[in-house]
Design a protein around this ligand. Structure first.
Ligand SMILES: [Zn+2]
Length: 345
C-alpha cells in the first residue's frame, strides 16, 4: 500500500473522505498525452502531460499521491499502450502537493530523473524539515493576527501535505530559457514565479503549446500566497510580471494544470489582472484610521459562510494585497505587541 487509506478533503477541512481514483488519459496529438488525475479537492482534477520519445516517456507533473493514484496512472498508461516503467524524466512545474507528490515513487520505481527549479527545490526541502517549518508558520501567522487555534489548523494541514509528498532527489535544476531536445520534441523552460516562487512553465515554441502548471488557469485566478521564509518575495507583483512574460510568447494553446486546454491567452491575462486590481481595491477600502491586523481585514473580506481552509486562503490573499499597498505607499504598517497593523495614509 503506497499511501494512507484516507485522504483529507481540502474543501471541508474537518471531513475525512474515501474516494475512488478514476483518471482519464487522452492523446492530444501523436505521442503527446494529457492525463487528468482525480483528486479529492474542489478542483477535482489535476493534469499531467506526457510525451513519448524513442522508448522513453517524459512526464510533466505527477498528480496527487493518494490511495490508488499510482496504480491508476499505471493502468491508464497500459490502456494507452504505454508502460509506466518507461517514465525516465519527470519535469515539475512546481512543488505543490497536487503536482509533485508522486515524484518519489516514480524515481524509485522507474529510475526517472527529476527536474525542477532551484526555488521549487527549496520549497520542497522545507517539507523535509517539518519542525523548522512549523516554527516559522507559528511565528509568521501570529504576526498577522491569527490566534493559536487558527494556526494549529494550518499546521494540521501542513502535516498532512508533508506526509503525502514522497521523498525524491533533484537530478537537474532548471534554468530560465533553457532548451531541452528529445528527438523532435523541443521545449523551453520559462520561469514564472508568483503562484509559487519556483514555478516554471514549459513552452513548445514550434507547436505553440504552453504547459502552464498553475501559472494560468481557465476558470479561476491561481492562488497567491506569501513565502513565509522570504519577506522580500512580492507574490502579486512577481506573478503579474510572470503573466506579462508569457503574454509576449507566441502561444496558441495553453495546457493548464487544472481544467481544459484554452486559447485566447491575452484575454485571460486581462481578466486575471482585472480580478487582482478589484480585490486589491477591496482590501484598500477596508483600511482606515483604525489600526487593523491582516486577520481583521481578511475577516471583513468574508461575506458568506466559508470553511476554515478558505478563511486561510483569504487571509493569505489579503496579506499579499496589503504587502503591495504598503510598497505603493498608500497604507502604513506598524507593529503593536509583535503583531503587524495597518492604517490608511
Ligand atoms: Zn500550485
Amino acid at each position: 500500500m503506497r499511501t494512507p487509506q484516507r485522504c483529507r478533503d481540502a474543501a471541508q477541512r474537518s471531513i475525512w473522505v474515501f474516494y475512488k481514483v478514476d483518471n482519464m488519459i487522452s492523446e492530444i496529438e501523436k505521442d503527446f498525452y494529457r492525463i487528468s488525475l482525480r483528486m479529492p479537492y474542489r478542483l477535482r482534477h489535476v493534469n499531467a502531460y506526457l510525451f513519448v520519445y524513442d522508448k522513453e516517456l517524459l512526464l510533466f507533473d505527477t498528480g496527487l499521491n493518494v490511495s490508488g493514484s499510482y496504480e491508476t496512472l499505471e493502468k491508464d498508461l497500459t490502456n494507452a499502450g504505454l508502460n509506466i516503467n518507461n517514465i525516465k524524466h519527470v519535469f515539475l512545474t512546481h512543488t505543490h502537493t497536487d503536482h509533485c507528490s508522486m515524484a518519489g515513487f516514480l524515481q524509485k520505481d522507474t529510475g526517472a530523473k527529476i527536474y525542477l527549479s532551484n526555488a521549487a527545490s527549496e520549497d520542497y526541502e522545507h517539507t523535509r524539515q517539518p519542525d523548522l517549518t512549523i516554527k516559522q508558520v507559528r511565528k509568521f501567522y501570529a504576526r498577522h493576527g491569527m490566534s493559536g487555534r487558527q494556526i494549529d489548523l494550518i499546521i494540521e494541514e501542513y502535516k498532512y501535505i508533508q506526509n503525502i509528498i514522497t521523498e525524491f532527489n533533484t537530478d537537474c535544476y532548471l534554468h530560465n530559457h533553457e532548451v531541452f531536445e528529445f528527438g523532435d520534441w523541443k521545449f523551453e523552460v520559462i520561469f514564472t514565479p508568483g503562484h509559487a516562487a519556483g514555478h516554471v512553465c514549459f513552452f513548445f515554441r514550434e507547436k505553440g503549446f504552453l504547459l502552464a502548471g498553475d501559472h494560468i488557469l481557465p476558470f479561476i485566478a491561481p492562488i497567491l500566497s506569501p513565502d513565509i521564509f522570504d519577506d522580500s518575495f512580492y507574490p502579486l507583483k512577481t506573478y503579474l510580471g510572470s503573466l506579462d512574460a508569457i503574454g509576449e510568447l507566441p502561444i496558441s494553446t495553453i495546457y493548464p494544470g487544472h481544467g481544459n486546454p484554452f486559447v485566447d491567452l491575452n484575454e485571460r491575462i486581462a481578466e486575471i489582472q482585472k480580478h487582482h486590481q478589484k480585490r486589491k481595491n477591496n482590501v484598500l477600502d477596508r483600511v482606515n484610521s483604525k489600526p487593523k491586523t491582516t486577520y481583521d481585514i481578511s475577516h471583513e473580506m468574508i461575506t458568506s459562510s466559508v470553511s476554515d481552509f478558505d478563511k486561510f486562503l483569504i487571509l493569505n490573499e489579503t496579506l499579499i494585497y496589503l504587502k503591495e499597498l504598503k510598497a505603493e505607499g498608500v497604507i502604513s504598517e506598524d507593529t503593536t505587541n509583535n503583531v503587524l497593523v495597518y492604517t490608511a495614509i
